[in-house]
Design a protein around this ligand. Structure first.
Ligand SMILES: [Fe+2]
Length: 225
């Protein structure tokens, strides 16, 4: 990406330069469903005798610019509390776990193609509401795989705080036969965010509150594959 200002004409042709990566990727994923619509339109045009041979389409989708390599999800330190062999589960809730329920959802995309990735392994771990990790067992630890749409969904609790860190969730993300991305997800508006040297604003989730007191977090990963 560059900071060059697009002329109005360029914006019409290429789309607004200000569109951010996540929103672009959502659009790209949605565009993957377009061929069926295009075929229908073409069939309709043929049926009505319309010709498109010399007609320049005026509403082509912009050519994806997904190979600039500037913004795969950044890696972060693993920290001292990762444990291999976590249980396969999308919900980390279990008896004895207390706190505000948080559901984190998102999708995983390939940077080079802008397409969602299925069968991507996500391994989450976090501290409890008191800021304590379970290093003996597997409380608040679990792994899952993305579905064919590249979706994941994690139900957990709002993590607590422990000395030296802002609020965060750890995760390892691995597409099949690819290198592991180890990173962390963060919460907007946390007073400790600016004081935590590990914090990275590119890893902030979008947080929303539900009427029942639970919360949602949203984050899309972009893997350098
Ligand atoms: Fe941590």
């Amino acid at each position: 990406m560059t900071d060059e200002k697009a002329t109005p004409q360029e914006e019409v042709q290429n789309g607004p330069k200000s569109i951010d990566r996540k929103h672009f990727l959502h659009l790209a994923a949605a565009a993957a469903t377009l061929p069926a619509i295009a075929l229908t339109t073409a069939a309709t045009a043929g049926a009505t005798g319309a010709t498109t041979e010399h007609t320049k389409p005026s509403s082509l989708e912009p050519t994806p610019e997904c190979d600039d390599g500037d913004d795969p999800t950044p890696p972060q330190t693993e920290g001292p509390y990762f444990k291999p062999n976590s249980p396969a589960r999308r919900s980390l809730l279990e008896p004895g776990i207390h706190g505000t329920v948080l559901t984190v959802t998102g999708r995983i995309f390939a940077a080079r193609t802008c397409l969602p990735l299925e069968r991507v392994l996500l391994d989450f771990w976090q501290c409890d509401a008191s800021g304590v990790y379970d290093n003996r067992g597997y409380r608040l630890r679990g792994h899952q795989y993305t579905n064919p749409n590249g979706d994941f969904s994690l139900t957990t609790i709002w993590p607590g705080l422990y000395p030296g860190r802002t609020r965060h969730i750890h995760v390892k993300v691995q597409a099949p036969y690819q290198r592991i991305l180890t990173t962390q997800l963060y919460f907007p508006g946390e007073p400790r965010n600016p004081r935590d040297p590990i914090f990275d604003s590119r890893l902030l989730m979008e947080i929303s509150n539900n009427p029942d007191g639970t919360r949602n977090g949203a984050f899309d990963f972009v893997l350098n594959v």
